[in-house]
Design a protein around this ligand. Structure first.
Ligand SMILES: Nc1ncnc2c1ncn2[C@@H]1O[C@H](COP(=O)(O)OP(=O)(O)OP(=O)(O)O)[C@@H](O)[C@H]1O
Length: 344
C-alpha cells in the first residue's frame, strides 16, 4: 500500500454493515442517485457460478489494502481462478460509510468494460464466515501480473512507450466510467492492475462517486491525498465546489504518468516527507512541475495538460484520448508490459 496514503477510508474500519444493495438501475438513473437504506443480506446473482463462498478454495494472499485482504482463490468445480477481496469493518459505523460501501457494490455490479477489473459477484456478511467473517466480499477478475505499484516498486521507471500504452487504457477506462457519471476519485498505481496479456485495468471503487459529491463527502477528503487534485485538496482556493469531479481523475492520471517516468512520487522531492502539509503546498501552490530531461515533447505536453492546476483549463479525457502521446503506434508494447510485470 502506498506510503503516501494518509487519509484512508473511514468506512473500512467500521462495524458490520447491513448493506443496501439496490437492483441495477438504468444508466440515466445513476446521476445523484440516493441509495435506499433498507438492509438486505444476500449474495448477488453472479457470473462465476457460485452462491456460496465455500466453493472457492483459498490459494494465497495477493495483498492487503486499507480495509481488507485480497486472496487468490480457485473455484472448486470449474477451476477458474479469481481474486477475492474481503473487506472488514470496525465498530461505530457511520451512515455515510454504509452508503459508500453500498455505492461501491452497486458500481461494481453496473460496470462492464474491458478497461475496468470485472466483478463477478458480491457477498455481504452472513456468507463470509469462511473468510474470517469479512463484512463484504467481491469476487473479482484475477489480474495475474499484479498492480502498477508492484511494477514500479521493482522497476522504478518505465519506458515512455509503455507509459503511453498504460495512459491510453486508463483514459479509455475513465471515458467509460465518466460516461456513466462515475468519478473514480482514487486513481493511483496500486489501483491499476495488469493481467497476463499486459492489459491495464482500473480497480477499486471504494471512494468512487456516482454524480456530484455532497459537501459532506467532500469534507471527508476520502481517497489518497498524494494523487488528489488541487480542487479536491482545497475546494475554496480552486473553485472545487463547481467541479463535477471528472477533472480530478485526469489530474491523478497525470501524477501516475509522471511517476512512471521519474521513478518516484513526482510532486515533492525524494528527501521530503509526504505529510499532508507538504503535499498540500506542492499540489495547490507548487510551481509548474519540472519534466525529466529525457522526456519527449509529447510526454511533456500530455503531463502538463493533466497537471493544469485550474480544473477548468485542464485537459479533458476526450481531448487526451486523441493526444499524440497516446495515439502513437504502440503495438506490441502491451506484451512488453507483461514482461515487466511478471518478472518483477
Ligand atoms: N483483482 C486482482 N487481481 C490480482 N491482484 C489484486 C486484485 N485486486 C487487488 N490485488 C492485489 O491486492 C493488493 C491490495 O488491493 P486493495 O485494493 O485491497 O488495496 P490497495 O489498492 O493496494 O490499497 P487501498 O485499499 O488502501 O487503496 C493490490 O495492491 C494488488 O496487488
Amino acid at each position: 500500500m502506498s506510503v503516501y496514503k494518509t487519509l484512508v477510508r473511514e468506512r473500512r474500519h467500521q462495524e458490520a454493515l447491513r448493506l443496501p444493495l439496490p437492483l441495477p438501475t438504468p444508466e440515466a438513473d445513476l446521476w445523484n442517485r440516493t441509495l435506499s437504506p433498507s438492509p438486505l443480506s444476500f449474495s448477488t446473482s453472479n457470473s462465476c457460478g457460485t452462491d456460496n463462498l465455500s466453493d472457492l478454495e483459498k490459494l494465497v494472499i495477493l495483498g492487503h489494502g486499507s480495509g481488507g485482504t485480497v486472496y487468490k482463490v480457485r473455484h472448486r468445480k470449474t477451476s477458474a481462478v479469481y481474486a477475492l477481496k474481503v473487506l472488514r469493518f470496525g465498530k461505530d459505523v457511520a451512515a455515510m460509510a454504509e452508503q459508500q460501501a453500498a455505492q461501491e457494490a452497486e458500481i461494481l455490479r453496473q460496470v462492464d468494460s474491458q478497461f475496468v477489473v470485472r466483478c463477478h459477484g458480491v457477498f455481504d456478511h452472513g456468507f463470509t464466515d469462511i473468510y474470517g467473517g469479512g463484512d463484504l466480499c467481491f469476487i473479482m477478475e484475477y489480474m495475474e501480473a499484479g498492480s502498477l505499484h508492484d511494477v514500479l516498486r521493482t522497476r522504478r521507471r518505465l519506458p515512455e512507450k509503455l507509459i503511453s500504452v498504460m495512459a491510453q487504457r486508463v483514459l479509455e477506462g475513465l471515458n467509460y466510467l465518466h460516461s456513466m457519471q462515475i468519478v473514480h476519485r482514487d486513481i493511483k498505481p496500486s489501483n491499476l492492475l495488469i493481467n497476463n496479456k499486459g492489459e491495464i485495468k482500473i480497480a477499486d471503487f471504494g471512494v468512487s462517486r456516482v454524480g456530484r459529491c455532497t459537501a459532506r463527502e467532500r469534507d471527508s477528503s476520502m481517497g489518497t491525498c498524494a494523487y488528489m487534485s488541487p480542487e479536491r485538496f482545497d475546494p475554496e482556493g480552486w473553485n472545487g465546489d463547481c467541479s463535477d469531479g471528472f477533472a480530478g481523475d485526469v489530474w491523478s492520471l497525470g501524477v501516475v504518468v509522471l511517476e512512471c517516468h521519474v521513478g518516484h512520487f513526482p510532486l515533492i522531492g525524494q528527501e521530503q516527507k509526504p505529510d499532508w502539509t507538504t503535499l498540500m503546498c506542492a499540489i495547490c501552490f507548487g510551481e509548474r512541475v519540472q519534466m525529466p530531461e529525457t522526456a519527449s515533447p509529447e510526454f511533456r505536453n500530455f503531463v502538463w495538460r493533466c497537471l493544469e492546476k485550474d480544473w477548468r483549463m485542464r485537459g479533458t479525457v476526450k481531448e487526451l484520448l486523441v493526444h499524440p502521446f497516446v495515439t502513437k503506434d504502440n503495438s506490441g508494447f502491451s506484451e512488453e508490459l507483461v514482461g515487466y510485470a511478471l518478472h518483477c
